[in-house]
Design a protein around this ligand. Structure first.
Ligand SMILES: [Zn+2]
Ligand SMILES: [Zn+2]
Length: 143
């Protein structure tokens, strides 16, 4: 009986660890972002900086078609009309949504300092918890 209980208990413990682990992963975005800056490694949990911005879809100001911009430094060419826009004019275009680079879901995005920037400053994926920040030094608790 004691042995059987011990086996059951160890199974419960390992099950508990498996359930807790993915939750724990998303608990410390600040800590993670710092370590990702330090090591400059690419992981699934997040990125920082404009160069690592998730792919964006903006609206063509001429014909309102969606223009997909994979990289923040790519120029934007409308596939429907003759519209061509430099990546520097990104802030003037209407951002429709950002795409999660991990699971391809549409991300939620927003700004922390709308008076300073015309661009999204953060984006988060509600599906896989990938998170991107324009800058890494903000304290999210002051939101
Ligand atoms: Zn167009
Ligand atoms: Zn995702």
């Amino acid at each position: 009986m004691t042995g059987w209980l011990a086996v059951l208990f160890s199974k419960l413990v390992s099950l508990g660890e498996r359930v807790v682990a993915p939750l724990r992963r998303g608990d410390g975005p600040n800590k993670f972002r710092l370590s990702s800056m330090d090591t400059a490694t690419t992981t699934y949990d997040g990125d920082t900086g404009w160069a690592r911005r998730p792919p964006a879809t903006v609206e063509c100001p001429r014909c309102e078609a969606e223009i997909f911009q994979h990289n923040a430094r790519d120029d934007l060419d409308c596939s429907r009309c003759v519209g061509e826009y430099s990546h520097e004019s990104f802030a003037d275009l209407r951002l429709l949504y950002l795409t999660c680079p991990v699971c391809r879901s549409r991300m939620e995005h927003g700004q922390r300092h709308p008076e300073r920037f015309d661009i999204p400053e953060w984006a988060t994926c509600t599906d896989c918890r990938y998170h991107w920040e324009f800058e890494h030094s903000y304290d999210t608790r002051t939101d």
